[in-house]
Design a protein around this ligand. Structure first.
Ligand code: ZN
Ligand code: ZN
Length: 330
């Protein structure tokens, strides 16, 4: 089979290459990949800015159908529509693993960076990573359960939003539009802010029922600010927008040191939290939101693209043209 593969470290070295066909050992399953979302991390991997063990098939936002089960696994899993957590293995012994924070395990090996990921027709994952998805959820949109779980981790662990809070989300990309929905589900009244360049994404935010504004509009203030742009000016704006005594959640990654008015964290007694990737409990929270239809994942899928057109989809993701591009390897 062929998969979008990071062949060597450094910038580029990504090709649709021949990859080994997986088969499932005990405790594992092979999925037929239905949808695999392209994420900002994939662009960083492409550019050689994110640690990978090469050669490796990329892709960590996956939905699929169970095609093969390893020894000892109940055959009722065959044909199940599922999404998968991203850790292929963690040590299970360190303090983080034992506290349910597998995302912080120093021995963490993830799909798409350390072991083969989802930009290929078939994917090997541990059974313990699987979550069934509701019949009503579109198979391509289901790939967005992974970024949703990341958002749930940052926004809900610990709870940043209380009922009645005014919430500002800066950066209306896929993460921002998921964060806005999670904050609304938590009882917040949510405003989404972007730049003039984000007009299409802000229009999507309005369709989802959010108030929006751009940097050309006047300043806003909020009890909770969830920063999803990772942009230096965006972070500076967001810190200043948090009300005195408020909460500030950093989700966007700048990818480099940036200059921001950090003293405001002290002057305004802001509580700053963040999050890296997802945890088993944030996956449970994400799936619960999907099941009760508190978040709309379908609305965030701009285009479903065959694997052969991965370069166009990466370029479109980079330019911020749409919201989320999903590869369909079948
Ligand atoms: Zn991602
Ligand atoms: Zn560990």
């Amino acid at each position: 089979m062929r998969g979008v593969t990071k062949l060597a470290p450094g910038r580029g070295h990504v090709e649709l290459a021949e990859r080994p066909e997986p088969s499932a050992p005990a405790g594992h399953v092979v999925l037929d990949v239905v949808g695999a979302g392209i994420c900002g991390t994939d662009l960083h991997i492409h550019d050689g800015e994110y640690e990978t063990v090469t050669p490796v098939t990329m892709g960590h936002e996956v939905s699929g159908v169970v095609a093969e089960v390893g020894e000892g696994i109940d055959e009722s899993w065959l044909g199940a529509r599922v999404v998968s957590e991203t850790y292929f293995s963690t040590c299970a012994r360190c303090a983080h693993c034992r506290a349910g924070r597998r995302n912080l395990c120093p021995e963490r090996r993830s799909i798409g960076t350390h072991v083969d990921g989802a930009f290929a027709p078939r994917l090997l994952v541990p059974l313990s990573n699987l979550h069934r998805v509701p019949e009503t959820l579109d198979g391509h949109a289901a790939a967005l359960c992974e970024p949703l779980a990341c958002v749930c981790h940052s926004v809900l662990e610990p709870d940043a939003v209380r009922p009645g809070d005014e919430v500002l989300v800066t950066g209306p990309g896929p993460v921002g539009l998921l964060a806005a929905q999670v904050a609304r589900a938590a009882g917040g009244s949510v405003h989404v802010r972007g730049t003039a360049r984000d007009e299409r994404r802000l229009a999507a935010a309005r369709t989802l029922g959010f108030e929006t504004s751009t940097t050309a509009d006047e300043a806003v203030e909020a009890d909770v600010v969830i920063e999803c742009s990772g942009d230096e000016a965006g972070i500076a704006f967001a810190i200043a927008a948090a009300r005195r005594g408020g909460r500030y959640v950093q989700m966007g990654l700048a990818g480099k040191p940036v200059t921001v008015p950090f003293d405001l964290i002290c002057f305004h007694e802001l509580v700053l939290t963040s999050g890296f990737a997802s945890t088993p409990s944030s996956w449970a929270a994400a799936l619960e939101l999907v099941e009760r239809r508190a978040v709309d994942l379908e609305a965030l899928v701009s285009e479903v693209v065959p694997l052969a057109e991965w370069q166009d989809a990466f370029a479109a993701t980079r330019s911020g043209q749409g919201i989320k591009f999903v590869l369909d390897p079948q």
